[in-house]
Design a protein around this ligand. Structure first.
Ligand code: MV4
Length: 448
């Protein structure tokens, strides 16, 4: 096992990784930008290294600065967390060539997951259901029109390098497909320096259901059930839960097995997520695979009684997964509420600043993953998440009851947060009955 790890991230995930290291008896090296000098995880780290000024391009995305810090602090491995360099194939490769273990999948698996056309092709080959559409990239409008005529409207144009909904266009007819094809390409070129697009049947009002997978370097791959992440606003997840309220055991098992088949085809190890869309008739279709630990991983940890960060570290050190598929049992229900420093009453405008009063929620079934404390100043330079409230109880109904109480206990004064919005969502009858899709928030809580 490693004796010293560098954490190449900030905020709550840096603290989460640090805690996993401490529990494993591993020394930690924390890096920080000039804007993060007061970050909580720095106080617990064995060593801290400033890697640059506030802008992430000069600090958390600065590969030479991170590698220099890793070499000076003499670490054996780097955990990238989520965001920043976590899905950067080049960074994983540089780590490898510097004899530092990258705590994540192989560079080639990262590359294959990052190219959505390649990932979809692999899924198809592995017998995983995919959305009907083009068999690869679309090069011109004639090709787009021919496929749309075959599969029928509405269709969706997607960027092969896509993410966060960028380079995506819905088309309900031929003229809008022609316009959408060109504007999606232009947007993809601008955002990703890659104009490759492909086409799919547009699934209306889908649910977003993703399967957590975990593999080791000995060929063991398991799935840890699903998370329903349908509650989103403009491609930002607000709330995630497990199990999915509308999934039956048979479909769950089939989706899990499909995810494992895909992971096997990609020679995948470490933690990953296979994303599916679930349509009105509960058909599932693979859409993407994420080659990182995700923000919402605690929901899975709670219902499966596992520590995913610990498993990632063990796997990177060459150890075997500490459990088999038959050991994984889904126990009860869990929900995660992302508490952001944003004003939900003013179009979710970011609300950085100093938290002058802070009280964390607690009690049975309550987990609070956060790097903030009373007196902490939320810097304006990064994403606005200040904490994740995770509730785990026997039933979904009990989770909602405890969540209501915990959200009321949570006191964050001095900045605006999204906590109050969740109290309103929890009151909604469609949410209580589990009847939500990816359009729920825009329809009821944040119309444009
Ligand atoms: C789709 C879709 C409908 N049909 N694909 C959005 C971002 C990317 N991860 C995939 N996305 C979608 N792909 C087909 N064929 C609808 C979405 C989508 C969505 C998906 C999951 C969660 C929220 C969403 C919000 C809008 C659109």
């Amino acid at each position: 096992m490693f004796s010293r790890i560098l954490i190449a991230n900030r905020g709550e995930i840096a603290l989460r990784i640090l805690r996993a290291c401490k529990d494993l008896g591993i020394e930690t090296v924390a890096v920080y930008s000039e804007a993060d000098r007061d970050s909580l995880h720095l106080r617990y780290a064995d060593e801290t290294v400033c890697i640059g000024p506030a802008p992430s391009t000069e600090s958390y995305l600065n590969i030479p600065a991170l590698i220099a810090a890793a070499e000076i602090a003499d670490v054996e491995a780097i955990h990238p967390g989520y965001g920043f360099l976590s899905e950067n194939e080049h960074f994983a490769e540089v780590c490898q060539s510097c004899n530092i273990k990258f705590i994540g999948p192989s560079p080639s698996a990262i590359a294959q997951c990052g190219d959505k056309v390649a990932a979809k092709r692999l899924a198809k080959e592995a017998g995983v259901p995919t959305v009907p559409g083009s068999d690869g990239p679309i090069d011109n409008e004639q090709e787009a029109l021919a496929i749309a005529r075959k599969i029928g409207f509405p269709v969706l144009i997607k960027a092969a390098a896509g993410g966060g909904g960028r380079g995506m266009r819905v088309a309900h007819n031929e003229p809008s497909l022609v316009t959408g094809f060109h504007s999606a390409r232009a947007e993809a070129e601008k955002a990703f320096k890659d104009s490759t697009v492909y086409l799919e049947k547009y699934i209306e009002k889908p649910r977003h259901v993703e399967i957590q997978i975990l593999g080791d370097t000995h060929g063991n791959i398991v799935h840890l059930g699903e998370r329903d992440c349908s509650l989103q606003r403009r491609h930002q997840k607000l709330l995630e839960e497990s199990p999915c309220p509308v999934l039956d055991d048979k479909t769950r098992a089939a989706m899990g097995e499909a995810a494992v088949r895909l992971a096997r085809a990609a020679n995948y190890y470490s933690a990953g997520t296979v994303e599916f869309l679930l349509d009105k008739d509960r058909n599932y279709y693979f859409i993407e695979i994420n080659s990182r630990i995700q923000v919402e991983h605690p929901v899975t940890e709670e219902v499966t009684d596992t520590d995913l960060i610990r498993e990632m570290i063990r796997v990177a050190a060459g150890e075997r997964l500490s459990f088999r598929q038959e050991d994984i049992k889904i126990r009860g229900h869990a929900m995660e509420f992302r508490i952001n420093a944003e004003d939900p009453d003013h179009n979710f405008k970011p609300s950085p600043g100093t938290i002058h009063t802070f009280v964390a929620p607690a009690g049975p079934g309550v987990r609070w993953d956060s790097h903030v404390y009373q007196g902490y100043t939320v810097p304006p330079h990064y994403d606005s998440m200040v904490g994740k409230l995770i509730i785990h109880r026997h039933t979904r109904k009990q989770v909602i009851e405890v969540a209501r109480r915990a959200l009321q206990e949570l006191t964050v004064e001095g900045i605006k947060t999204t906590a109050g919005l969740f109290l309103r969502i929890l009151e909604h009858s469609d949410f209580a009955s589990g009847e939500v899709d990816t359009g729920f928030i825009d329809r009821y809580f944040a119309p444009r």
